[in-house]
Design a protein around this ligand. Structure first.
Ligand code: GLC
Length: 426
């Protein structure tokens, strides 16, 4: 007999409402007081389980921050909040406003492009009313993907210009590339994140200095993609961006189909991304990896992003033995970094903890490839973590300790859309 977990559905809906600022949702009050790109797309997916109109609003607000070049920023600073650093003034994107920055104050980088994938899922919840919203959003989503392909995909795989762009801020994938930056000339600053949560769970000062150095680097170049691509010491092709964009292109193609739009351009992107993903394959670790475009080296990192290949739509089973090893080692799947690696740290952000959003994408991809046992394990672990420990930002893969922020929007969203028994067999 399965336990009745319907009270958690209510709690998840309550969290989405709690973090709802009207037409956008904050990831959690205090720690993240603005609209984050991929968090917001997940929020839309969660809202779609009980309020489809609100789900569309979420994505529409996100797309309202799109830059003229198609980029959708990773943070939209709708209203100033002194509790967060680095704010709009540090990003300095408004100086680039004349050169195409959006109408909403924002950061100068993007984040994993899951918006098209979740727009498609929201549409599927209610195709009748959704067709019009999807039609209106389609050109913006096309422009967003076109921008990624033009500005970040020179190697075929999709590169980040800042660790925050991958959404996996302090992943060990970037350690070697970050070590090459000497963060000289960083203006004095005060971190705000460590005032909200335990510093042991957050990136180190060494990382933070380099994050801010990279922000200054982009600002000094007016957020000009070509200049940043040519001059930045940091440029790493990453599985999060590569596989989420690959999936988002496939979902956008489905949308194009129902809207009667031409698919040729999207087909071209999918083919380029499939070829480019091969550059991320690491035969030594038996998994997809990050690839440093400056040094020409793979990072040697087995992360939860490594297992997004199936979400990306690849019928590739080469990494299954590595996944099996990780599932055997971790009490709770999926750790964000290989527990057997000396740099594994069960509570420090993207260096070990389990993240529900990554689990959802990995498991749906596995299920689609017919790998239902692995998919079921990941889903059951996610449901167990939330049931036992609440809607935390992330969890220890060793004992489930909840970490980071609490009452977290995307954890609530993936509960409703996927991990909850009421989400059905997904
Ligand atoms: C952290 C995460 C990032 C997320 C943001 C807001 O920066 O690494 O992926 O989007 O918090 O939740």
């Amino acid at each position: 007999m399965t336990a009745d977990l319907s009270h958690l559905d209510g709690e998840a809906r309550r969290i989405l409402r709690l973090n709802d600022k009207g037409c956008y949702t904050v990831p959690t009050a205090g720690l993240y007081p603005y609209q984050w790109n991929w968090d917001s797309a997940f929020a839309g997916l969660g809202f779609a389980c009980f309020d489809v109109n609100r789900a569309w609003n979420e994505l529409e607000t996100l797309m309202s921050g799109q830059w003229e070049n198609g980029m959708v920023p990773h943070i939209l600073f709708h209203r100033p909040d002194p509790g967060y650093f680095p704010g709009a003034d540090i990003w300095g994107t408004q100086d680039a406003a004349g050169k195409g920055a959006g109408r909403v104050a924002s950061s100068g980088i993007s984040q994993p492009p899951v918006a098209a994938s979740f727009a498609w899922r929201i549409y599927q919840r209610d195709p009748e009313t959704g067709a019009d919203r999807l039609r209106r959003m389609f050109p913006g989503l096309m422009a967003f993907h076109r921008w990624f392909m033009a500005a970040r995909a020179e190697s075929g795989a999709v590169a980040i210009t800042h660790p925050w762009e991958a959404g996996r801020d302090n992943a060990p994938d970037w350690d070697a590339a970050m070590a090459r930056i000497s963060p000289e000339g960083v203006a004095p600053y005060t971190r705000r994140d460590t005032g909200h949560v335990n510093p042991r769970m957050r990136p180190t000062k060494e990382d933070y200095d380099r994050y801010i150095w990279l922000v200054q680097f982009g600002r000094e170049r007016g957020w000009d993609d070509a200049a940043i691509a040519a001059e930045s010491p940091f440029r790493v092709a990453d599985p999060t961006l590569t596989f989420t964009l690959m999936r988002a292109c496939r979902d956008l193609r489905l949308a194009a189909g129902v809207l009667g739009e031409d698919c040729a351009e999207i087909d071209g992107w999918i083919a380029r991304l499939e070829a480019g993903a091969e550059r991320l394959w690491n035969p030594e670790t038996g998994a997809y990896d990050s690839y440093d475009l400056r040094s020409g080296e793979l990072a040697g990192a087995v992360s939860n992003a490594s297992f997004l290949c199936w979400w990306g739509g690849l019928a590739d089973r080469r990494s299954l033995p590595t996944l099996a090893r990780i599932l055997d080692t971790a009490r709770f799947a999926l750790p964000s970094f290989d527990p057997a690696h000396p740099r594994f740290d069960p509570l420090r952000y993207w260096r070990g903890p389990v993240w529900g959003v990554m689990n959802m994408m990995a498991a749906i991809g596995l299920a689609e490839q017919g790998l239902s046992a692995e998919a079921a394990r990941i889903r059951a672990d996610t449901a167990g973590l939330i049931t036992e420990n609440g809607f935390a930002e992330y969890f220890s893969p060793e004992d489930g300790t909840p970490a980071g922020g609490a009452t977290f929007t995307w954890t609530a969203a993936i509960w409703l859309a996927w991990a909850s028994p009421s989400a059905g067999e997904v």
